[in-house]
Design a protein around this ligand. Structure first.
Ligand code: PBG
Ligand code: ZN
Length: 314
């Protein structure tokens, strides 16, 4: 029932039409930021301070956006990735959009830890899974306390969906849905995002916890486990390079499966257009139709605020 409780959630997972209601607009909310800052390749997706982000969200709602995915970026790093900026950002954006939109917030540690990794490490330099899960669950609860309508764990740690679900339920947030980044690959396509979130790993890479693109079985199993742990919405990421998995994951889980058209994919379209090699709007719409054709229930895209201008129904 969790996914049937509001028109925002029902429209998000409706399967017979593809409309602006199926799109999710990411928003980077940067702590203590003065002037907005451009992000390479992401066009009008800027790094914004709290007030500017709230204004942007309010205008986006006017343009038809029904779902946001917030990426709170703290001003300073912390050894355990602690920050009160996330809840403050969730509260500010929720206040700006009210009931007109559903506000999802990304749950991860990489924007707030000194290491830039999506995990905490023990004294031997290994991932400290229990401490990481504890931190992620605490983050999810404080975001829900602050008014986030949904949480979206993107860390890829084993067992995080179950841990977050249990913590939310214990805190009285049984109605808050989880949109898990359930099939997330290690990828070269996250470059502009890491610039925007200041979240590039300071050593190594993320192949210890993100999925290897050659591993189809692991990719499907990862989503299946997330579903079994209580994820309401599943996701493949990057989008275009994961199209073949959307159908199989839906069949294996019976859950709605969305796609994340990630920063590198979007930047690819922007840069082609800047070089005069493609029509940006038409190319963007083309990719959206393909996601739908592949069976994506919903789509996270940096172009969601342009849906109406591109002719998508509300
Ligand atoms: C962090 C996170 C990433 C993205 C969403 N959450 C980057 C990463 O895993 O390095 C990528 C989104 C994008 O590229 O648009 N956990
Ligand atoms: Zn992360």
């Amino acid at each position: 029932m969790r996914l049937r409780q509001s028109a925002h959630l029902r429209d998000l997972t409706a399967e017979t039409a593809f409309t602006a209601a199926h799109l999710i607009q990411p928003l980077f909310v940067v702590e203590d930021l003065g002037e907005p800052q451009a992000i390479s390749g992401l066009g009008d997706n800027l790094r914004l301070g709290m007030t500017a982000a709230a204004d942007r969200a309010a205008r986006d709602v006017e343009a038809g956006v029904r779902h946001f995915l917030l990426f709170p970026v703290p001003a300073s790093k912390h050894p355990q990735g602690r920050s009160s900026h996330g809840p403050r950002a969730a509260e500010a954006i929720k206040r700006a959009v009210g009931d007109a939109a559903h506000v999802w917030v990304d749950v991860c540690l990489c924007a707030s830890t000194e290491t830039g990794h999506c995990a905490l490490f023990d004294a031997r330099g290994q991932i400290d899974l229990d401490a990481t899960l504890e931190a992620l669950a605490g983050m999810a609860v404080s975001l829900a306390d602050a008014g986030a309508d949904g949480v979206s764990p993107s860390d890829m740690m084993d067992g995080r969906t179950a841990r977050i679900r249990a913590a939310l339920d214990d805190a009285g947030h049984g109605r808050v849905p989880i949109m898990s980044y359930s099939t997330k690959f290690a990828s070269q396509m996250y470059g502009p995002f890491r610039e925007a979130a200041d979240s590039a790993p300071q050593f190594g890479d993320r192949r210890h916890y993100q999925i290897d693109v050659r591993s189809r079985t692991d990719a499907i199993e990862s989503s299946r486990r997330c579903a079994a742990e209580g994820a309401d919405l599943l996701m493949v990421k990057p989008g275009i390079t994961s199209l073949d998995l959307i159908g199989p994951i839906r069949e294996a889980t019976g859950r709605p499966v969305g796609a994340y058209q990630v920063s590198g994919e979007y930047a690819g379209l922007t840069l082609l257009a800047e070089r005069g090699l493609t029509n940006f709007d038409a190319a963007l719409l083309e990719t959206w139709h393909v996601f739908r054709r592949a069976g994506a229930s919903y789509l996270i895209t940096y172009g969601a605020r342009h849906a109406r201008r591109l002719g998508m129904p509300a």
